[in-house]
Write a protein that binds this ligand. Structure first.
Ligand SMILES: CC(C)(COP(=O)(O)OP(=O)(O)OC[C@H]1O[C@@H](n2cnc3c(N)ncnc32)[C@H](O)[C@@H]1OP(=O)(O)O)[C@@H](O)C(=O)NCCC(=O)NCCS
Length: 196
């Protein structure tokens, strides 16, 4: 893979850019402080904006790493509405694949994740942002495939995944950072360009 780190991406309606420390109040107000947004995320709702500030302080340092992918999602007027990233998944995610071609079982597992402020749900923004990240991943980074999962109780994320052409593979359980188990559906998408 040709890791490029978090480089800017554009879609028809969105700009994907690096987050900065200065985004802390907006990130907290728009999504990180909202329990309805963080309900199915691995991390817990931020208690106040200083938690978001600490998080972004670490994120800014991580951008030096070319394997670190974490974009802020912005509207054309610059409003920061959410986030999307790709992370290397835990080893447990390597188990249970049913229809994923066998050679891919032995490769690294990379997984996109996203969250938007509630105000901006239902406009197709998550679908559009994920599409841009997939194109970047498959054409520029050259990753062979991506895994993704959503909580069984979070069908909106399931739709975002399905609309981006992921194939359902099996039911599984992921763990929040505090250890809470969450039943989920696991999907995969293979790099069609590499297949040709
Ligand atoms: C999941 C999330 C990112 C979706 O963002 P979004 O911009 O609203 O998504 P889109 O508008 O692109 O697509 C949402 C789809 O889900 C559908 N949907 C919404 N609520 C639904 C529900 N309760 N049941 C079934 N489908 C639902 C919408 O109708 C739409 O599908 P359609 O285009 O076929 O009509 C957003 O709800 C969010 O940030 N949730 C909290 C964080 C989160 O759960 N992240 C994912 C972790 S796996």
């Amino acid at each position: 893979m040709n890791h490029l780190g978090t480089v800017p991406l554009e879609t028809r309606r969105l700009t994907l850019r690096r987050l900065t420390f200065d985004d802390c109040r907006t990130m907290f107000d728009h999504w990180a402080g909202d329990p309805q947004v963080t309900r199915y995320l691995r991390w817990n709702t931020h208690r106040d904006w200083t938690v978001t500030a600490e998080y972004l302080y670490e994120v800014e340092k991580c951008y030096a790493d070319p394997t670190f992918y974490n974009w802020g999602i912005c509207l054309q007027d610059g409003t920061l509405i959410g986030t999307i990233g790709v992370v290397r998944a835990e080893r447990a995610a390597a188990e249970g694949w049913q229809t994923l071609p066998e050679p891919l079982h032995h490769t690294e597992i990379w997984e996109p994740g996203y969250a938007l402020g509630r105000t901006w749900w239902g406009h197709g923004y998550a679908t559009e942002a994920l599409k841009a990240v997939l194109e970047f991943w498959f054409t520029r980074v050259g990753g062979p495939w991506l895994s993704i999962c959503h909580a069984v109780e979070n069908p909106a994320s399931g739709r975002v995944i399905q609309k981006n052409g992921f194939l359902y593979d099996h039911d599984a359980v992921y763990h929040k950072y505090d250890g809470t188990p969450v039943p989920c559906r696991a999907y995969y998408k293979i790099n069609a360009i590499k297949e040709m």
